[in-house]
Design a protein around this ligand. Structure first.
Ligand SMILES: [Zn+2]
Length: 616
């Protein structure tokens, strides 16, 4: 049996061994060979040496012992350190470290990083904090003395230690030093400095860290945005709160309970209504901004004056807030994004399709732009059919068309179908009449020979900003070329899926409102809170309004209320709409845009000035 702590080599063997540096992750043949000699000389068969060992419980298995003992002292030290790190045993790690120094074990970046990481983890524990800090900085100094370059992990750990000591400046300084080693920081590298400044209400310094994060091309996530928002709130920077609320809206779909609390605190606190002048705009001006942005926000700044009313409640399936009665918007990509998206679809289609054919379709669409829905004919006709026999169910397609026709107040959808399919249908006497009816109504576009109809229906739906009936999830490699930034958002808002349970058509319409942070044209805010499960109806929202901004809020209240039991203007009897089956009126259709899938911080916020519009 080999002793567990046979780390301590004889000085002679140590010298020989270190002249053959091994990668600790690989079994080093030379090391293995030396260990065999070592063992045969009886160096590791005696009684256990007195060196401190990590206090892991239980006996290691024979295999782990073998593995461990076949490594060189450096690898063994790292192995033992990792065990301490796993068991969060700082004292054992320190003993190992000190023994390694006295044994002149050659220390490398891995060793230092493991020690630093452990110290930084332990530094949050009040009992061991002092020891962790002392050793953490000592280890780091040692590392620098040996001229071992720190990497991102080393700097992150030392920054965490500095922050634990309350020294955000040092934490930030360390990040700036990373450049000397040509190492890029990550978001986590910045967190200690940022959170430290936020906690100490050192606003300018925190904003400076944020600017550096942006400069590095990194994106803030919810915890960082929430911390900056809280900081702005606590230092009375109302405009700053507004900017961070917008960033939160762009960055996340719903917020954690903690972030929700930060928002509640801000809107409930004295000063949230007087820290700045609420702007007054023409209603139509705000409405226009909301429309241009795709719905769900205007970005013009705080609107209105006076105390806020913060309430918690549910949102009805039709999007009506149970607290204030306001109707939440359906958020889509904005005007500029839509145009860009249509252009990129057309661009890719032109590369792959016969140019003249696709251009002809574009021109035709310009002339016939009045459709409210596009139907992917092949997808529906072939749904659950026997492909081998070339089955195509015109009855399924007809059912979808009739349903869409009925729901949109007798407006035909545009059917896209390949010409070979249309020809085959026309040849069948029992289908002929139906297809001719579509043709006579001008609602069938037949894609030419050799074309891929996917480009046609997608382009039409994007260009006309209308619904698209298809179960095609558009995950094809071709669609991947379009990128996901617009696509996911667009799909959520425009795709209508279908099933035929027991042969009966069931449509799954896009949701009637978007579960995202929303800023209304009246200046109120609705913030969804994270919830377990898939039941959207169970989700709690923060409803933040100002008296007078919404008709339902006649009486003034400044406290946080809960409207979950229907105390608000929620009308249970109105909750008839399932959301699943609603087609929005056409003037509502184009409300679009929210970048919850891809954060864009290209626009650096001005803390004092009025926010600029995103779209030109
Ligand atoms: Zn509300």
């Amino acid at each position: 049996m080999l002793p567990k702590d046979c780390l301590k080599p004889s000085p002679n063997l140590y010298v020989v061994n270190t002249s053959f540096p091994c990668n600790p992750s690989n079994q080093c043949k030379v090391g293995f060979f030396l260990l065999l000699i070592w063992e045969s000389l009886g160096f590791i068969s005696g009684k256990p040496l007195s060196m401190a060992t990590p206090s892991h419980k239980g006996n290691p298995t024979n295999s782990t012992k073998r593995k461990k003992n076949h490594k060189n002292p450096e690898a063994n030290f790292l192995y033992e350190l990792n065990s301490c790190s796993k068991s969060k045993d700082l004292k054992a790690a320190i003993s190992l470290y000190e023994s390694a120094i006295s044994n002149k074990t050659r220390l490398n970046q891995h060793h230092f990083n493991t020690l630093l990481y452990l110290c930084s983890t332990i530094s949050t524990d009040p009992e061991s904090k002092s020891l962790a800090l002392t050793y953490g900085f000592r280890v780091f100094d040692h590392m620098m003395t040996l001229n071992i370059h720190p990497n991102e992990a080393s700097i992150t750990a030392i920054a965490r230690l500095a922050a634990a000591k309350g020294d955000g400046d040092y934490a930030f300084e360390m990040i700036k030093k990373l450049g000397d080693y040509r190492v890029l920081p990550r978001l986590r590298t910045y967190e200690p400095a940022l959170f430290c400044f936020c906690q100490k209400l050192e606003a300018e310094k925190a904003y400076e860290v944020e600017a550096d994060i942006n400069k590095m091309g990194l994106s803030l996530e919810e915890p960082q945005i929430a911390a900056l928002l809280k900081l702005s709130a606590e230092t009375g920077r109302g405009e700053g709160v507004y900017e961070y609320l917008q960033k939160l809206r762009r960055g996340v779909r719903w917020v954690s309970e903690e972030t929700g609390k930060v928002l509640e605190d801000w809107f409930s606190r004295e000063g949230s209504e007087v820290g700045f002048e609420g702007a007054t705009y023409e209603v139509s001006f705000v409405k226009e901004a909301v429309l241009r942005n795709g719905g769900g926000w205007h970005g013009l700044g705080w609107i209105g004056k006076g105390k806020w009313v913060v309430r918690k409640g549910k949102v009805e399936p039709n999007g009506r807030c149970c607290c204030c009665g306001e109707r939440l918007g359906c958020v889509d990509i904005d005007d500029v994004e839509t145009e860009k998206f249509a252009q990129s679809v057309a661009g890719l289609a032109m590369e792959r399709e016969v140019k003249a054919n696709f251009r002809e379709f574009q021109e035709w669409l310009e002339e016939n732009a009045d459709y409210e829905a596009i139907v992917d004919g092949a997808n529906i006709g072939l749904y659950q059919q026997n492909f081998a026999e070339g089955g195509f169910s015109i009855l399924q397609l007809d059912a979808v068309i009739k349903e869409m026709y009925g729901r949109s107040g007798n407006k035909w959808p545009l059917i896209i179908l390949h010409n070979k399919r249309v020809r085959a249908l026309l040849e069948n006497p029992s289908y002929r009449k139906l297809v001719e009816e579509w043709m006579n109504n001008g609602v069938l576009y037949t894609t030419p020979h050799g074309s891929n109809d996917d480009w046609y229906w997608l382009y039409a739906a994007v260009k006309l900003r209308c619904l698209l009936v298809t179960n095609d999830e558009m995950r094809d490699h071709i669609f991947e070329l379009l990128g996901s930034s617009f696509f996911l958002k667009w799909k959520e808002r425009h795709q209508v899926r279908y099933t035929f349970p027991k042969g009966i058509l069931k449509l799954q319409m896009p949701p009637s409102y978007s579960v995202v942070i929303q800023e209304s044209e009246k200046g109120s805010w609705h913030v969804p809170i994270v919830c377990d499960g898939n039941e959207e109806s169970a989700r709690t929202w923060l409803c933040i309004t100002r008296p007078g901004a919404c008709e339902d809020l006649g009486k003034t209240a400044s406290n946080i209320e809960t409207c979950e039991n229907g105390n608000g203007p929620c009308c249970k009897s109105e909750m008839s709409n399932t959301g699943d089956f609603e087609i929005l009126p056409s003037d509502n259709r184009n409300q679009a845009s929210q970048d919850f899938f891809q954060m864009s911080y290209a626009e650096t916020p001005s803390i004092t000035g009025k926010r600029k519009e995103r779209s030109p």
